[in-house]
Design a protein around this ligand. Structure first.
Ligand SMILES: O=C1C[C@@](O)(C(=O)O)C[C@@H](O)[C@@H]1O
Length: 806
């Protein structure tokens, strides 16, 4: 039995077409998408004008309605035909006509066509009330001529009055309410670019190439243990919890459609968009065949409705489609033909009395069928009324292992009873779990286990080991990392510890790392650069930057990276150590979060300024290069050090074939240049910087006072403002931050300030994920970061006062 041909596996470079009614956000998304995929943006409006020499309005006025309609469809078809690859195409109003929709339908056999829609109230804001209903009805037809759909969730304005750091934590710091918030379109951009990565299939590969130890680079079915958080639509629609509360409660979410409210398709599209935005984990999409609270359906009705529902999941580009292989062949075949890039979980559920036992030959046949249909995961679940000894399931797995050819899709298999899953350890991967506070009596599979309990059990049963993690360096007693990591361990059921250890020699570092229970370390001065020659295995980012700040032991039994990745949380002698750098990626995350659409990076124009020339400045420069910036200026009190760093990156860029955004008269293609004095006017050939990153250490390694940098006014003339990232947080309001507040209040309100606590929390989050391979509870870690910092401040003030009263 061969799997049916996948009719929606488009070439990765096929042009992506965006359709949908006015006000749905196509133009903005098209712009973001083209930048993200580095493609050309073609807009219907502009194409029409370029082709006919007239705008659509002018053409209509000059040639009349009929001639316009003929010309319009002609140009529309030509636009599609002439741009089959390498573009993002934004369709305007023409796509509402029958003829254009036919053309799109044809095009959809080779290209992704994405139907963009959003909350009706948001579209209403752009339209006359009278036209709204009619337009929305017509717009629905876009569903029938597209093969993907994207729900463009509305980004509410930032309520906090613009405080980028700690806004979500609710913590108050001296900066609360003072800073500009992240760009309003930030979440839309993150969501949409992730969606495009799914459509083009570049997501997983990109993550793996970027960082093979990152959480997103190992799909849940290939992790040593993984958990699927079950969320039913009926529950989501009137739960009294916030979706954010479900963060890091599972490796993926299983979204279960067990309820048919009015406007079902749009309700589902919106829920998927919300899950993606708030939780950022892969989604398993499951359509329940016989939902409890809903009416009974005839088999025919069931097939039609459930096919439509599964089709919707595929259109939404969910990561996994759960497909019941016990349904009729035509049903199964259709889903498989339309699978696109979604992975298929082939299910065999035995829900009633008399479920097939694990010893039954038919279970092996079931698995073989899923395997031959090309399912990426096989899920076999049995309801049992009495004891089901674990050995029976083990025996079944062994039988599959010994008798079937490779490749064998990963198996999810467990028994459940009215009390829930028999034991959370029965299945290694995609174990069903719930949130601890979730009242969910409708769901037997999720009534017992939580991610916390299941994971904790692995340690109690000695399948995983408690380990020691560290922050190491000569000035680490102030570090906020121990508090943040410890909170994340407590949250996730890990008995690990995280300590700061002041040390400055490689010998001492070695002593710590060679212990069998060493889990990993965050490194700071003087180790970031000094450790480089001692490490054989480093990420390419660390090599490019010339510094490492996260050290991991490699304990895989083979040299395969996946084996090493899956050996995290286990003790034993390390075969090697791996060095990575999360300083740059944390800076990049913060920049991306804060940059406004007007200041999106354009390689030839965008200019950035980095202050400092140490390890962190190197990471900042690398982040800017990764963001696409090709005009980077460095200012440092000791010019010689700045020259060295500039040379390092100019040589590196040359070797990579990356050249500066501007070629200067001397023919230089350098991407980094040095500013030698604060009194220098901003170089006239360049725009003033829209990204400024201050990397002057809070506490300098030699204990001298940190530099008090402030921007010369001439360097602050960007008409569109920009982002200032301050890495120091001691004090939090550095001279630069204080200056930017004044600039924002009196000169240009479009400057966004990111403070040092935001960046350091991001660093800890990324380090936690690399070290443990588990998703970090980000909100919690950010909250702990601010609270710990405040406590430290209070303690310091307390001890200063008692010193003074002596
Ligand atoms: O700069 C920092 C912050 C840090 O030193 C900390 O204390 O959390 C940890 C380092 O790895 C990172 O590069």
């Amino acid at each position: 039995m061969a799997p049916p041909k996948n009719e929606r596996a488009f070439e990765a470079n096929s042009s992506i077409v965006l359709v949908g009614c006015r006000g749905a956000g196509k133009r903005t998304l098209g712009f973001m998408g083209a930048l993200h995929l580095r493609r050309r943006l073609v807009t219907e409006e502009h194409y029409f004008e370029k082709t006919t020499g007239l705008s659509r309005g002018e053409y209509l006025a000059r040639h009349g309605r009929e001639a316009f309609a003929r010309q319009d469809i002609e140009v529309f078809k030509r636009m599609l035909d002439n741009n089959r690859t390498g573009c993002v195409i934004e369709c305007g109003m023409s796509s509402l006509t029958e003829e254009a929709q036919d053309a799109l339908r044809q095009y959809s056999s080779t290209n992704p066509i994405v139907y963009i829609h959003r909350e009706k109230e948001q579209i209403a804001r752009h339209l006359d009330a009278a036209d709204l209903q009619q337009l929305l009805k017509a717009d629905e037809r876009h569903r029938s001529c597209s093969n993907f759909e994207y729900y463009n969730l509305y980004d509410p304005p930032n309520k906090s009055g613009g405080h980028i750091s700690g806004a979500s934590s609710g913590a108050s710091t001296p900066l609360s309410g003072r800073q500009s918030g992240p760009s309003k379109l930030l979440s839309a951009r993150e969501d949409f670019t992730r969606f495009l990565d799914i459509v083009t299939g570049r997501g997983a590969t990109k993550a793996w190439l970027e960082s093979p130890f990152s959480v997103s680079s190992v799909p849940p079915e290939f992790r040593s243990y993984s958990y699927a958080l079950r969320l039913r639509l009926s529950y989501l629609m009137d739960m009294d919890m916030e979706l954010e509360d479900f963060e890091a409660r599972g490796d993926c979410v299983e979204f279960i459609i067990d309820h048919w409210p009015d406007d079902l398709m749009n309700v589902i599209a919106r829920q998927i968009a919300l899950l993606r935005r708030k939780l950022g984990v892969p989604i398993i999409y499951h359509v329940e065949e016989n939902p409890r609270g809903e009416r009974r359906r005839t088999p025919e009705e069931k097939n039609i409705m459930d096919t439509d529902l599964l089709e919707l999941g595929l259109r939404l580009g969910v990561d996994y489609i759960s497909l019941d292989l016990q349904r009729d062949d035509e049903f199964v075949d259709r889903v498989l033909r339309h699978r696109g890039r979604s992975k298929i979980i082939g299910n065999f559920w035995y829900m009633g009395f008399g479920a097939l036992s694990w010893q039954d030959d038919r279970q092996v046949e079931n698995y073989k069928r899923a395997q031959s249909l090309g399912c990426e995961v096989v899920r076999m679940v049995r309801f049992c009324t009495n004891d089901s000894p674990a050995e029976l399931l083990e025996g079944f797995k062994k039988r599959l292992q010994e008798t079937l050819p490779d490749p064998k899709p990963p198996l999810v298999a467990y028994d459940f009873s009215v009390l829930g899953v028999r034991t959370p350890l029965q299945s290694r991967i995609l174990n069903p779990v719930k949130h601890p506070d979730m009242e969910n009596e409708r769901d037997h599979l999720a009534t017992v286990s939580t991610y916390y309990h299941s994971y904790e059990l692995l340690f109690r049963q000695f399948l995983l080991d408690p380990l020691q993690f560290y922050v190491l360096g000569s000035h680490v007693s102030y570090s906020l990392s121990p508090a943040m990591h410890s909170a994340a361990y407590d949250f996730s059921g890990m008995p690990h510890t995280f300590q700061d250890v002041t040390c400055s020699t490689i010998d001492r570092l070695n002593q710590i790392c060679l212990s069998d229970s060493f889990g990993g370390a965050s490194l700071t001065a003087p180790f970031k650069v000094a450790i480089m020659p001692h490490l054989k295995v480093k990420s390419h980012h660390a090599t490019a930057i010339g510094a490492v700040n996260v050290l991991l032991p490699l304990r895989g039994k083979t040299s395969a990276i996946l084996d090493h990745a899956n050996s995290r949380n286990k003790a034993g002698p390390a075969r090697e150590f791996f060095g990575d750098n999360t300083d740059w990626s944390s800076i990049l995350t913060c920049l991306r979060r804060a940059i406004s659409p007007r200041n999106y990076v354009q390689p030839s124009k965008t200019t950035a300024l980095v202050i400092g020339a140490g390890g962190m400045a190197r990471a900042a420069i690398y982040a800017l290069i990764q963001l696409g910036c090709r005009n980077i200026f460095i200012y440092n009190r000791t010019v010689q050090n700045a020259n060295q760093v500039a040379k390092h990156f100019n040589d590196w860029a040359l070797a990579q074939g990356i050249t500066g955004g501007k070629q200067l008269s001397g023919g230089s293609h350098d991407i980094c240049r040095v500013l030698s004095s604060l009194s220098e006017p901003w170089p006239r050939a360049y725009q003033p910087p829209t990204m400024v990153i201050s990397c002057v250490p809070a506490v300098s390694a030699d204990g001298t006072a940190p530099a008090d940098f402030e921007m010369p006014l001439d360097w602050l003339r960007s008409p569109t403002g920009g982002v200032v990232v301050e890495l120091a947080y001691e004090p939090l309001v550095t001279p630069l931050v204080a200056q930017m507040h004044v600039v924002r209040d009196h000169m240009s309100p479009s400057w966004v300030v990111v403070d040092g606590l935001e960046v350091v929390a991001e660093m800890a989050i990324e380090a936690f994920e690399l070290m443990t391979g588990r998703m970090a509870p980000k909100r919690l870690m950010k909250e702990v970061c601010r609270k710990t910092w405040e406590q430290q401040q209070q303690q310091r003030q307390g001890s200063e006062m008692s010193m003074a009263s002596y």
